[in-house]
Design a protein around this ligand. Structure first.
Ligand code: BT5
Length: 243
């Protein structure tokens, strides 16, 4: 079960969800906004959130150790991608670590995970999801982004997609931590540009290599120019570019 709380026009579902989490609202409380004025991405980037799109945040209160928070973004990206493939027949891919792309077209969804940890225990996690459903392409022009409306040429039902996505996230969430190998294997099956060349901007400089896979700690594994296998943690990579 989950409980949806709806808003029309707000700043960001992340802030409202955090407020509700602090008030003690339970896991699977979902805050949905029709429109966000200050939707945000990672590293203070802006998230364009006009009316028509699906913008929401989920409160989670997992019992697992904080080291598994990294897998939350992965299972959400995996869930959305699988729904876009299974229900809408799209050539959707996960872009490491937690974006959803339509192959050769652009970004269709982004995920933002914020958490509150006290004394080495997870207090709550807010998982924010932005999916361009019925978003007119005029809003996405400068972003290398796309929407379901643009791809399918028709409007989709946000309520139905929301239900599909939450149900799938619930399933994968219940598999953390024991089912992480299964999650990672599914993730690798639909990984964007697997086998292609990727350039990572890391804290230690730039590195080019062939994208091999994602490992069970959510790190990216490449084969570099010299044929060596190299691995980077999510926290060490500033940007991943596919070239
Ligand atoms: C993300 O950040 O992709 C995470 C986005 C999370 C948005 C959800 S909406 C519900 C909840 N409430 C919030 O306030 N946020 C969450 P990042 O990887 O940093 O990507 C941000 C970049 O994506 C921007 O700098 C733009 O280039 C691009 N972008 C902005 N709006 C977009 C959109 N609607 N569709 C595709 N790309 C977009």
């Amino acid at each position: 079960m989950y409980n949806i709380i709806r808003f029309k026009k707000i700043g960001s579902t992340m802030d409202i969800a955090k407020e509700y989490a602090r008030k003690g609202y339970p896991e699977w409380t979902v805050i949905v906004a029709e429109e966000q004025i200050s939707g945000r991405g990672r590293m203070k980037r802006k998230w364009i959130s006009p009316k028509g799109g699906l913008w929401f945040s989920i409160i989670l209160r997992p019992k697992f150790e904080p080291k598994y928070i990294i897998h939350i973004g992965l299972i959400i990206a995996l869930s959305i991608t699988e729904i876009l493939i299974e229900k809408y027949g799209l050539d959707a891919k996960v872009k490491w670590p937690n974006d959803v792309y339509i192959n050769n077209v652009g970004k269709i969804a982004g995920i933002l995970v914020e958490s509150s940890i006290t004394r080495y225990k997870i207090d709550f996690i807010i998982a924010g999801i932005g999916l361009n459903t019925n978003v007119d392409k005029k809003y996405l022009r400068d972003l290398m982004a796309t929407s379901l409306l643009e791809l399918l040429g028709r409007r989709v039902d946000n309520e139905i997609i929301l239900k599909y996505i939450i149900n799938k996230i619930k399933l994968y969430y219940s598999l953390i931590p024991d089912g992480i190998p299964l999650i990672i294997s599914r993730y690798n099956d639909i990984l964007l540009n697997r086998g292609g060349v990727v350039r990572l901007k890391t804290l230690d400089g730039e590195v080019d290599g062939v994208l091999k896979n994602i490992d069970s700690d959510a790190g990216i594994v490449l084969i570099d120019r010299n044929g060596n296998i190299v691995r980077y943690d999510v926290s060490k990579v500033i940007r991943a570019e596919f070239i």
